[in-house]
Design a protein around this ligand. Structure first.
Ligand code: MF3
Ligand code: CO
Ligand code: CO
Length: 284
């Protein structure tokens, strides 16, 4: 038995609420529960929702403009210009030294691809554009896949399965369920479709900062990981591979994550808030 830190504390002199009782029940059973600070207020959630509106408009704009022959630096410029002109900030720019305003990851690149003048989109490429927007101090994080022209049936299928993985993960995320329920649903769906799930990177709490608790693994067992409580805001962002799940980091830039077997990878991401009835998407 692993003894978890007792994150949930009822303030002194206060009667436990219904939420307190539910969380304490699981905490007393030794489960990992959030600290109270991860339960955001309606005002904070609204701030994240507003950041999400800008974030969605950016990805919509990328979807309109993306085409074969375009460089990934041009995508980055679209993201930067739109963000700045809407009084927002691109969270990626300067984050732990990341040099650009979004991540652009093509084919066998899993995530954290760096936009460049030298990377030109070609017919048949599949690309993930991942963008995080800060508005009034609130963070919204989402990514989508774009198919450049016509691609192979395998890549098209992979993009679809990855999207479905996000959807099944979202449906598995119920109030007072566990993060592991999300990962288990995603893994099951990926495997059923002959795909694998990257293990080295995960979804995350988001909203007041870029990366917070909980860690949202996209694989694993039901009932493991942190308890999901209404008011928590987090991403689900499965990275799904056509081949093996193993990845490495490009030694040339120390950022880009690439599949070991160099087979393609696809990812979709949304920011969600947990409610009493399931998750609500804050980035669409
Ligand atoms: N947006 C990514 C995520 O989904 C993180 C990118 S960090 C960066 O968590 F530095 F590479 F931009
Ligand atoms: Co994210
Ligand atoms: Co992201």
């Amino acid at each position: 038995m692993i003894f978890q830190r007792k994150n949930w504390v009822v303030p002194k002199g206060q009667e436990p609420t219904e939420m307190d009782k539910k969380v304490l029940y699981w905490q007393n059973k030794g489960k990992l529960v959030p600290r109270r600070g991860l339960i955001l207020t309606p005002g904070q959630i609204d701030g994240i929702r507003q950041a999400g509106v800008i974030n969605t408009a950016i990805l919509d704009l990328v979807g309109e403009k993306i085409h074969a022959g375009m460089s990934t630096a041009e995508i980055d410029k679209l993201v930067y210009d739109y963000t700045i002109s809407h009084n927002a900030t691109p969270a990626c720019l300067g984050y732990e030294g990341f040099p650009k305003s979004c991540c652009t990851s093509i084919n066998e690149e899993v995530c954290h691809g760096i936009p460049s003048d030298d990377i030109i989109l070609e017919e048949g490429d599949i690309i993930n554009v991942d963008c995080t927007t800060i508005l009034n101090g609130y963070f919204a994080d989402a990514s989508r896949m774009f198919i450049i022209g016509k691609t192979t049936p395998e890549k098209e299928n992979l993009v679809r399965v990855a999207k479905e993985c996000l959807e099944v993960g979202m449906k598995a995320a119920k109030p007072y369920s566990f993060v592991g329920d999300i990962g288990n649903a995603i893994q099951t769906h990926a495997h059923k479709n002959g795909c694998t799930v990257v293990r080295d990177l995960c979804g995350h709490g988001v909203g007041l900062k870029f990366h917070d608790e909980p860690e949202v693994l996209h694989y694993g067992r039901k009932g493991t990981g942190m308890l999901l409580v209404p008011g928590m805001v987090f991403t689900i962002e499965p990275m799904v591979n056509l081949g093996d799940w193993h990845v490495f980091i490009d030694a040339d830039n120390n950022w880009t994550v690439i599949t070991e077997d160099e087979l393609p990878s696809a990812q979709w991401e949304h920011t969600f808030v947990m409610t009493e009835n399931g998750v609500e998407i804050l980035t669409h």
